[in-house]
Design a protein around this ligand. Structure first.
Ligand code: PBG
Length: 336
């Protein structure tokens, strides 16, 4: 394999050749669109930290969801923003909670045209904003109680299943939460509901814009006692193995761009489970902000980032850019 017999540049000569030999593909079936639904108000509220996105009221959410599905993205991940918060996170599992209502509206409107997925967590539903139940420990410090939290998580997941969710996505990183939810769903007759677990969720600063969007910033402390340490990669394998043993159908790494090595590691070691990558609010906000300042070409940067996440090993990508990306892909613009 020596110059001048092998000239790598021949395979890069024009777009048709480059497309023919490209080692990564992306089409809209690989994208999942998050939707924020708010229980208050009647008008979509712009999310300041995530330009171009809105908190959708119940009366408008169906139209927004239809626009996404008609744009080619058929998997929707719902995040609820409730009117009331309490210590028990009770508005997260009540039958007429914001997510439960949205599920019924969307099923009515979309039938089987979309896969309805729900984020299962307590942080938007409690005044303290933690992803579980808070108690005082033996030393007198406030902590998130693992075993009480997973019971509440199972209640939330069950209420989502009852309201029509196809996929529940527990995002609080409690030990045993996947197994507890799986058993609860199975016992109640929902063995067909999938679990997409936020298996490898880092304690990341890239969630900042989301917490503003969903009003879920912890009132005290932080999430480092449950989310993973950004310095660890191998630990991801332990988290994934536990989740698949407990019955997760789809595993996830989150965030995506700063953790491409972790996506690759998980895909290589556990290739037989579908892997999702969550390109989080901070990733979205960085591209938006840089594009707004004229520092980056938004569409090209976005396409490069999404292909990079796929190349690292993600089967599906959760991205706030899902609808825009689907449009760009349909237009078939010449990016590579
Ligand atoms: C809820 C949850 C969070 C995100 C998804 N689910 C917030 C957090 O863990 O603080 C973040 C998503 C994003 O930043 O886009 N636990």
């Amino acid at each position: 394999m020596r110059f001048p017999t092998v000239r790598s540049r021949r395979l890069r000569k024009d777009r048709i050749i480059r497309n023919a030999v490209a080692q990564t593909t992306l089409d809209p079936s690989r994208l999942i669109a998050p939707i924020f639904v708010t229980e208050s108000g009647r008008e979509p509220e712009p999310i300041e930290t995530m330009p171009g996105l809105y908190r959708w009221p119940l009366n408008d959410v169906a139209d927004h969801a239809k626009e996404i599905v008609e744009g080619g993205v058929d998997k929707l991940l719902l995040f609820g923003i409730p009117l009331n918060k309490d210590e028990e996170a009770s508005s997260a599992y009540k039958p007429d909670g914001v997510v439960q209502k949205t599920l019924r509206i969307l099923r009515e409107e979309l039938g089987e045209r979309a896969l309805l997925m729900t984020d299962v967590c307590t942080c938007q539903y409690t005044p303290h904003g933690h992803c579980g139940m808070v108690v005082k420990d033996r030393r007198g410090s406030w902590i998130v109680d693992n075993d009480r939290s997973i019971k509440v998580m199972a209640k939330i997941a069950l209420s989502h299943a009852e309201a029509g969710a196809d996929v529940v996505a527990p995002s609080n990183m409690m030990d045993g939460v996947v197994g507890y939810i799986r058993k609860t769903l199975d016992d109640e007759g929902y063995s067909d509901v999938l679990i997409m677990s936020y298996s490898v969720k880092y304690a990341s600063n890239f969630y900042g814009p989301f917490r503003e969007a969903a009003f879920s910033t912890p009132a005290f402390g932080d999430r480092r006692s449950y989310q993973m340490d950004p310095r660890n990669a191998e630990e991801a394998i332990k988290e994934v193995l536990l989740d698949v043993e407990e019955g997760a159908d789809v595993i996830m790494v989150k965030p995506a761009l700063p953790y491409l090595d972790v996506i690759r590691l998980v895909k290589e070691r556990i290739p037989y489970y579908p892997l999702a990558a969550y390109s989080v609010s901070g990733e979205y906000a960085m591209i938006k902000a840089a594009a707004k300042m004229g520092l980056l070409d938004e569409k090209r940067t976005l396409m490069e980032a999404l292909h990079a996440i796929r190349r690292a090993g993600a089967d599906v990508i959760i991205t706030y850019y899902a609808l825009e990306a689907a449009k760009i892909l349909r237009e078939g613009l010449d990016f590579f």
